[in-house]
Design a protein around this ligand. Sequence first.
Ligand SMILES: *[C@@H]1O[C@H](CO)[C@@H](O)[C@H](O)[C@H]1NC(C)=O
Ligand SMILES: *[C@@H]1O[C@H](CO)[C@@H](O)[C@H](O)[C@H]1NC(C)=O
Ligand SMILES: *[C@@H]1O[C@H](CO)[C@@H](O)[C@H](O)[C@H]1NC(C)=O
Length: 489
Amino acid sequence: MARKTLGLLSLMTGLASLIIVHAYGESVPVTTPFSSGRGDHFHEKVRQMQEFKASFSRRDLAAAATPGYAPAPSPQVTSGPRVYGVISYGADPTGKSDSTEAILKALSDAFNGPREGSLIEGIANLGGAEIHLEGGNYLISKPLRLPDAGVGNLVIHGGTLRASDDFPTDGYLIDLSASKSSSSYNYEYITLKDLMFDSNYRGGAVSVINSLRTSIDNCYIAHFTSNGILVQSGHETYIRNSFLGQHITAGGDPGERNFTGTAINLMGNDNAVTDVVIFSAAVGIMVSGQANTFSGVHCYNKATGFGGTGIYLKLPGNTQTRVVNSYMDYTGIVAEDPVQLHISSSFFLGDAFIVLKSINGVAKGVNIVDNLFSGKNNGVEIVKLDQSNGAFKQIDQVFVDRNTVQGMNTRATVARASMQGNGTSWTVDFSSILLFPNLIKHVQYSFSASGSSFPNHALRNVSENRVVIESDVAVPASVFVAVDQGVTS
Ligand SMILES: *[C@@H]1O[C@H](CO)[C@@H](O)[C@H](O)[C@H]1NC(C)=O
Ligand SMILES: *[C@@H]1O[C@H](CO)[C@@H](O)[C@H](O)[C@H]1NC(C)=O
Ligand SMILES: *[C@@H]1O[C@H](CO)[C@@H](O)[C@H](O)[C@H]1NC(C)=O
């Protein structure tokens, strides 16, 4: 990244902006406390910004001509007027005094800063303006919101936000909601990155409401009591390379039974959670919107044995969810009436398992394949049915197969077995392996009689997941049987 160092303190007379140059070389526009009407007038602001931008070349020349000038040794980002360094606004990077108003002012200035056309209709393009937290730790007493909806291409990054002891418990440190919205979305392409959020056991960290293409990257979110991240309507919030936990712990925490809260609550569609660790919370990810995808998620938020859930898919009848390459660590996945659910290439450790929970008895288009399950010989099944609200009745295209299992009981929708006998009847019992009780949609068998006899034989019964084959004469024979619950009938 090209970095530009501005070394000259210059007071831009004729501008409403005062340029403050920090010891480490950052330059940001700052509102003079006495300027009137600032932020009210957009065109005036644009003009100021343009003048400010034009002034760079002059000041660079001046700096070069200043004898004995030494550039600051390690400049931070100094990319001109659209980096709003919060310290210049009076924010306290030591976290001792309240920085809420200072950061809100920086947000307001970014909001009122230069705009270059629009993103989606109704969303003004802020061009990549940055709210820079400058590596500080800021005490926040109320949710940080933009002044209004309708902007995009804005980055907030580089520091820690900590909720004060009187932060509202229903609030979020960064709240991308809006009181009014003229466009169909509140915001587009807001990036939150390299941030630590400490909710101080008061509310949540980030809420993204009715926004488009939001990026939450490399964040560490702790001490939430409601949701670490809440996403509501809108679409494409991408949460990646981040760490979330209510309590800061590395597993085996003596207080694990008491973990509460939800690390990520997705109440919208088309979001992605990738390469994210959830290390404490009652629920790791709660999902009630469609077409979300999870990859590289490591959940050890609260063990199932203590009442925790890794990923809870609460959208009966319209799941449309993919979970791949994830690591469910002593905590599992619950899916209500799964319809189009794919879980594969994932590792379930510590007797972690998957529950299919019947709400209206529907399970359709479910792939639970190619996963690894590891347990401690407690007889735990890898996939369980919760039929406390009634049995699954509409079962179609459910494939639970090719999972490798150690120390747990396999369940599958496809099974094979053979048996030997000497007589006229062979019963192969699949009830301990087939997932759904009393459901065999397809059977194939081979009948291998030794000796010289060629008896007639037939499939006689498949009730209760037991396959019965009979022959017309008594013979010593082996039968080989394959059954399937998954195929469309
Ligand atoms: C869990 O919470 C209960 C009630 O709030 C408390 O009595 C108990 O000591 C807590 N347990 C741990 C291990 O923190
Ligand atoms: C099968 O059973 C019959 C009698 O029921 C017996 O004569 C025969 O030896 C048995 N064959 C084998 C292979 O066990
Ligand atoms: C199939 O077996 C079940 C018991 O498993 C039995 O109740 C049922 O009557 C049998 N059906 C037929 C057609 O024999």
